[in-house]
Design a protein around this ligand. Sequence first.
Ligand SMILES: Cc1ncc(COP(=O)(O)O)c(C=O)c1O
Length: 424
Amino acid sequence: MNQKSNAQLSKLRSQYISNGVGNVSLKFIESAQGAILRDVEGREYIDFAGGIGALSVGHSHPKVVEAIKKQAEKLTHTCFMVNPYEPAIELAEKLCKITPGAFAKKVVFLNSGSEAVENAVKIARYYTKRPAIVVFENAYHGRTQLTMTMTSKVKPYKFGFGPFAPEVYRMPFGDVLGADKLNDFFVKHVNPEAVAAVVVEPIQGEGGFIVPHANYFQELIKICHDNGILFVADEIQSGMGRTGKMFAMEHWSVEPDMITVAKSLAAGMPLAAVVGKAEIMDSVHPWGLGGTYGGNPVTCAAALAVLEVFETDQMLEKSIALGQKLRIRFEQLQKKFNMINEIRGLGAMLGFELVKGPNKEPATTEAKQLVDFCNDNGLVILACGSYGNIIRILAPFVITDDQLEKGLSIMEEGLVNILENEAI
Ligand SMILES: Cc1ncc(COP(=O)(O)O)c(C=O)c1O
């Protein structure tokens, strides 16, 4: 086969793909396995990004590939709303069992995380008959009109894309929720009786791997329920084992009214879900929810294989071990490099903050330099945070010790390189 080079494909990419779509790297990936990506020129990269946290079980896990193949040979699509099929039912049952909450639950399947959040809001509004939604500073919920409004960071997500959806109110995240602060919010921002739902990420992902204080979610859910407000956990990035528990809310024994799931659910196949209390999920009239592709049989088969792999290949244990190894190495790096300020996150959802100067200002440029250095030297890694200065790890749990160590040493080399080029 006459394989095009990265440069040739980049040229075609700028000719045919909208400029509005960004790229972390212009290495075109031809194949991937586990935690290794291979580009069209045969070069390998260690993957610390996992397709933005969508590949907990690793690239092309044999059991997932087999399930996809088998399902594709039998049935690829009917539209669940036209003719339903078993894989969706089986998966819905499993999701109801593995999500936190000792109550009857039901599921709606969608294609993307953004769509799942949108649908959770639709359901919350329908059930409560209230219009308002409360979200948080540094939140990320997606790129559709409503979820973009719910997202906090202006550039690149919101800049120039207004007008925004109405009835979205924003609170600071992770602060101690004293009665005074809350009363103040409900005096100055929104009437609590008008609020349908609080939508919150257990650990803010794109916002910078921010973990709130220990009792935060217990306090928040109590406030919600005292005011007839639904508590929706957006577990799209933190779920599916990423923090060492299947869902991050389990760390605080919190049982959300609804949970959104996507990303690692189907190992990169476009599948998302809202899982919620049966009474709430059932309140909507028939045909009020759905879509052509939501819960497509191939994606459901992939998700069922992912859940099986979680059991057979001890994915939660692997996630916990990965998180521990990362934390040890990050603490070593923190001692070595002044520019590493906070280590943030939980379990394998771990990152560190890069700062500079006596006032510890966000080292945004340096974070970008580090990401670029890594990409040029065989490691795919991502930054996040409102100032883009958090280096985050969303590696597949199946990454081997050698691959992890190699990736971390590329990162360390990158940090040395930045320090040599700039006195920080
Ligand atoms: C917490 C959270 N919610 C929602 C989304 C949006 O998901 P998608 O990109 O699949 O629409 C993301 C994606 O990064 C996310 O991290």
